[in-house]
Design a protein around this ligand. Structure first.
Ligand SMILES: [Fe+2]
Length: 386
């Protein structure tokens, strides 16, 4: 019997979000095995778990808590090769805490004497540097914004995707509402709190596919480019933040840092929840290079991107997005094998945001659908009259 008080999040009016839970404030650094087990089950069941009042959780404690979900690992999700990260699109996002380099300091504005960091200027990711056609300055002034980049937390080369990410809010800018514009011709918009983190469910995305799309997804592996975040550093994203526009800007192999063929990652397009058995559509649309279906590789990058976009775009429909309204002290633990996420928001210099983020590269690949489940899924597609 656990002492944790877990309750599902109530979706706001008009939302059809079917994931998320809040756990009453508790001592996360001192959870007994029974309570940790309950927490672990909650993360696999609800995918995004919020625990408030954690502002005193130290970087070391956050690392240890994160590691409890995958106890045999200790490498930060993107590795510790600073030279490589400097060459990639992640360079602005990652500054590690010196004593616990698995924990990153992220946010917006100046910090001084923070957990061994003497001084740093943090910069909230802005879609202006990443989207193909960014918003105008006037639109940003009017508090319109975009999803920056839908993703799962993963290096996608050499290292396996972390099972969970923990994200601790220490300082949060004073909230004002902003409106995400999808700008893809759909007319979709979403009202979000300033600098929210947006989540969608990979299981919902899979469930909402047509049976034919599910059948395709179950038989497909995604092959990611070597050093994908370096590979895409000149490329630009769709206005939805979901994948890249194909205009030949990816770095040629000769310009990539050295890599080994056997360390290139191919991952299933559908990941299986080890607790519930649910299937989740999980891909990092920006980093996809090939799709391999029934062992046959589709190497036309633009075609791969179109297929992935078509599969994933319904998953980020406004009613399916949970945009977490951060308060200082919030710790969010999310199932990185079951959700996709994106930051949103256009911050001004004075909007101070200080967060600690931790995730650890797993030493196991995500669980793919078994041949049996793919076959039974295929069998279920056969019309009942046959
Ligand atoms: Fe992330």
């Amino acid at each position: 019997m656990t002492n944790l008080q877990i309750r599902p999040l109530e979706p706001p009016p008009g939302s059809s979000v079917d994931f998320g839970a809040e756990i009453a404030p508790c001592d996360l650094a001192g959870l007994n095995d029974e309570d940790f087990e309950a927490l672990s089950r909650a993360v696999l069941t609800y995918h995004v778990v919020v625990i408030r009042g954690q502002d005193r959780l130290t970087p070391r404690q956050q690392y240890e808590l994160t590691r409890r979900f995958d106890p045999t690992v200790q490498t930060y999700g993107h590795g510790h090769d600073k030279d490589l990260l400097k060459k990639s699109v992640l360079v602005q996002d990652l500054l590690s805490i010196p004593e616990v380099p698995q924990v990153q300091l992220i946010g917006n504005g100046e910090v001084e004497n923070h957990q061994g960091v003497a001084r740093a200027t943090l910069k909230h990711p802005s879609h202006q540097t990443f989207h193909h056609q960014p918003l105008s300055a006037e639109q940003e002034q009017l508090d319109f914004t975009r999803f920056y980049r839908w993703h799962i937390d993963a290096a996608l080369y050499k290292l396996q995707p972390p099972k969970v990410t923990t994200l601790l809010a220490l300082q949060v800018p004073e909230s004002r509402p902003q409106t995400v514009l999808y700008d893809d011709g759909s007319g979709d918009t979403l009202s979000v709190p300033l600098a929210a983190t947006a989540f969608v469910s990979g299981s919902r995305a899979f469930r909402d596919l047509t049976p034919e799309q599910q059948h395709f997804a179950l038989r497909t592996q995604v092959r990611y480019a070597p050093h994908p975040y370096v590979w895409i550093k000149r490329a630009r994203a769709h206005a939805t933040g979901l994948g890249l526009v194909s205009e030949g800007k990816e770095l040629p192999r000769a310009e990539l840092p050295p890599y080994r063929e056997d360390e290139i990652l191919s991952l299933p397009l559908v990941w299986v929840n080890p607790l519930t058995g649910e299937h989740a559509l999980q891909a990092h649309a920006c980093c996809v290079e090939q799709l391999i279906t029934d062992g046959v590789a589709l190497t036309d990058l633009d075609a791969c991107r179109r297929i992935i976009y078509e599969l994933m775009r319904p998953g980020i429909a406004p009613t399916k997005v949970y945009a977490h309204p951060w308060r200082p002290g919030d710790l969010v633990i999310f199932n990185n094998h079951g959700v996709w996420h994106s930051v949103v928001g256009a911050l001004r210099v004075e909007d101070r945001r200080v967060y600690h983020q931790c995730n650890l590269a797993s030493n196991q690949p995500p669980l793919g659908p078994t041949v049996v489940s793919a076959q039974s899924r295929a069998a279920s597609l056969i019309p009942s009259a046959m």
